[in-house]
Design a protein around this ligand. Structure first.
Ligand SMILES: Cc1cc2nc3c(=O)[nH]c(=O)nc-3n(C[C@H](O)[C@H](O)[C@H](O)COP(=O)(O)O)c2cc1C
Length: 293
């Protein structure tokens, strides 16, 4: 699989409708992620369910999506239109995940991305058991590359426990991180910005947490897994920092929602300057080169 650059969109913002997917195909994004799909269509939570202040966002979208069958048709059309790698995101119980995987595989998706940061995988089990079961079901359903969209861990012990689970799987891409939950923002009218009150937090404020998670995965796995850094990427410098702590690609959520597809051009151009400034001949050379004191 060839990536013509290092930056592309994170699952969620502006990646559900056919015209949004086409805009991503026409942009500088080096791959395309599709909105997390579920077995049945979902309307999502009551609005307002997204808010940003230009730097940070909260969202409680509730996974609005047209369901996996319609999403598979959109992926198929996208693959006819563009040769960019497509990361097809989905979520569900192990049985649902297996059905969705097969459909997305058939539709031509290049990477099947299991959203493990969603709490509805296998009820009554520990999270680690649910992960194993979900990943196992997906592994059986396809021979294609797998990605896992990972939650934002706030401590090393918990993250290492889950590294053990990921080690047992053939997941190739670790997509870190999803929005940490429980965020709340107020708008200029002193209103709580979201109807559901709390939401996942994204944007500049989570970059440090994302870098912390990426760094630990890189320490644990070295080159055995590819890490895709997500969290607070607005500039080439942000992408460069993700590379330095171990990411080989970056995804952009909030900044893409706010700035549109121009963000991919900006990040790629600025990253080139940043790499030159610090004496790296390519993005690959910078991976994991953060200096430790
Ligand atoms: C409006 C919105 C919707 C999102 N929906 C999804 C989703 O469906 N699946 C998913 O894995 N992550 C979803 N996310 C999380 C993003 O993919 C990303 O992990 C997070 O926003 C952190 O990146 P950022 O700091 O660039 O925003 C969503 C984020 C936003 C802002």
């Amino acid at each position: 699989m060839h990536f013509n650059g290092i930056a592309f969109n994170a699952s969620g913002p502006r990646d559900t409708e056919p015209e949004e997917l086409k805009a991503l195909a026409d942009s500088r994004a080096c791959a395309i992620t599709t909105k997390t799909a579920t077995i049945k269509p979902r309307k999502g939570n009551p609005k307002p369910r997204y808010y940003d202040d230009g730097d940070n966002s909260v969202n409680s979208m509730g996974l609005p999506n047209p369901g996996y069958e319609e999403m598979a048709r959109r992926i198929k059309a996208l693959k006819h239109y563009s040769d960019k790698p497509v990361f097809a995101s989905f979520s569900g119980s192990p049985r649902e995940a297996a059905a969705i995987t097969s459909a997305f595989d058939e539709a031509g998706a290049d990477v099947l991305e299991l959203n493990l940061s969603c709490p509805n995988l296998g009820k009554g089990k520990t999270e680690a058991e649910s992960w194993l079961e979900g990943l196992g079901a997906v592994e059986e359903a396809t021979k294609k590359s797998l990605a896992a969209k990972l939650p934002c861990f706030l401590n090393a012990c918990e993250q290492e426990l889950f590294c053990g689970v990921l080690e047992q799987s053939r997941v190739k891409y670790l997509v870190a991180v999803n929005s940490p939950g429980g965020g709340l923002m107020l708008n200029q009218k002193n209103e709580i910005a979201l109807k559901p009150l709390h939401g996942g937090y994204g944007g500049k404020g989570i970059k440090a947490l994302a870098l912390g998670n990426v760094f630990r995965y890189h320490e644990y796995f070295g080159n055995k897994k590819k890490i895709i850094g997500v969290g607070g990427v607005f500039s080439g410098r942000d992408a460069f920092e993700h590379l330095l702590v171990g990411a080989s690609l970056v995804e952009i959520g909030t900044a893409y929602q706010i700035h549109g597809t121009g963000i991919f051009t900006r990040v790629e151009n600025e990253l080139k300057t940043e790499l030159e400034k610090h004496g790296f001949k390519s993005a690959g050379e910078a991976i994991g080169k953060a200096i430790q004191l």
